[in-house]
Design a protein around this ligand. Sequence first.
Ligand SMILES: Cc1cc2nc3c(=O)[nH]c(=O)nc-3n(C[C@H](O)[C@H](O)[C@H](O)COP(=O)(O)OP(=O)(O)OC[C@H]3O[C@@H](n4cnc5c(N)ncnc54)[C@H](O)[C@@H]3O)c2cc1C
Length: 507
Amino acid sequence: MPFFDTYDIVFARGGTAACIIAGRLAQADPSLKILVTYQAESWALTLNLPARFLNSLIKGHTVSHHRSVQSKALGGRSVCVPSACCVVGGGSAVNFMIYTRPAASDYDDWAKLGNPGQWGSESLIPLARKVETYQEPSGNPSVHGFSGPIKVSKGGCDTNIGREFLETAAPQYDKDREASPSADLNDFQTINVYAPWHKYIDSQTGKRSDTAHHFLYNLANFILDPSESKHNVHVSTNLRVVRRNSRAIGVEYVAREDMNSEHRLQPRMAYASRLVVLSSGAFGSGIGSAKRLAEAVDIRSPQFVDLPGVGENYNDHNLCVTLYLASEDSDCLDAIFSGDEEAIKLESDHLNNGQFRSTSEGVARGRLRASSTQTRDLNCDQPRAPEELEELGPAFKSLQAGCNLGDFHNSPTGCKTFGMNFVTAYPKACVWSGEPESGGRISVTSNLEILSLIFFVDISIAPLNVGANTNSTALVIGEKAFLLIADDLGISLKCTQATREFKGPDV
Ligand SMILES: Cc1cc2nc3c(=O)[nH]c(=O)nc-3n(C[C@H](O)[C@H](O)[C@H](O)COP(=O)(O)OP(=O)(O)OC[C@H]3O[C@@H](n4cnc5c(N)ncnc54)[C@H](O)[C@@H]3O)c2cc1C
């Protein structure tokens, strides 16, 4: 016999964007009963030591690996695309913490696609400021925020290897571009400069700054244990969105406390009286073309909406990592990556501040389709136009030149370069194609007893990929969605509820 609970708002999965929305809603109206569901037992609690960011990737507990079909453009190889999986805070809890924002024109392109006034840079840059505390006193206040929950800093220290790169790469080997330790690559305008990358790291605590810690765990009315009913914001494990006829009515889940009890794996039903928010990142949303999903081997669950464009314009972003021999005294993370406990202890508070330039973004395209509940058909092959590859060429070359300098750190075997791809989005206007003016909202209001809306909010609603890493855009989407949802539900934006520094069992 299942248990039943009724909440005002139920989140199916809680990644970067979802934690912002849940946290802001709880702050705006502390009486709201909110449930955030996610799968399995991974909390962001123990993932906030920056220097160990590769651990979450390697272990595979918090990241799923999607392998593409073999691609001619990659010489017959396939790429492996990691994606946050089964962790509260999603990508913000497991990603590489690199703070890169897109050009303002990227957001303006979204507006031009039929979303005027709501999704251009004029509306979104204030939200990018709102979400952050930029811990550089020299930061330009027209583009950076100084009182938001997410902390951005240099990560604690400059490295000798990064300094040397800046001192030699541009002046000697890439005379077309400047190098400046103080240039701001994240002012939505600056391009073509060598400068340090900032990180989502709090310079005061030395810890990762993720949305789980700064929007959920620190809420005064948040608890880990939903059986303490006086609290209003809960997180629970293992879920399945349940629908009745054409409506989402809530989420079926297995509660944390049931995992080890006699009720083990007994499903509970969490009804949503006002809203279900589906926020599963680029690989998890489960929406798309009805025809394609019907073709998939074992996907039998009925669809809420038929959105044929979804998945057909997958964009990845490329990151070129150049390997070279460095002198023994270089600051690096090798000891930490190889598990040296002493080095881990020493470095526990700070991620070294690597400084390198990434190549152009968003050049590989393809498609991403569910082929069963377990597998996805990820194809990164088409169209990878020759002119796009040409764009990458000079970037590869200048990276190689910059890293293979006789007077810098010479590699006797020559420089080896390899490409890495990380998940960003499959951004063919999956939600906006239906209702551009509604900005990410799909209304399923017919004959409702309980639920009025289901809201899809994550990086996959971006109608075009951005020329940057995507966490900053997921943060902005979260802030924007909060405003839209609050407006829909008639929630006042006046914040009344206190937040606190999270004092949980972290590292
Ligand atoms: C390894 C890695 C490194 C990255 N590095 C950077 C970086 O340095 N800088 C940057 O700006 N961006 C980076 N990103 C990208 C950035 O983290 C994402 O763009 C951002 O997190 C997207 O937010 P979202 O809210 O759309 O979805 P997510 O944060 O991905 O949240 C989706 C949620 O759905 C859940 N979920 C999805 N599918 C399933 C499933 N099948 N079962 C159970 N749960 C599921 C996940 O647990 C997660 O909580 C990185 C991403 C990865 C994976």
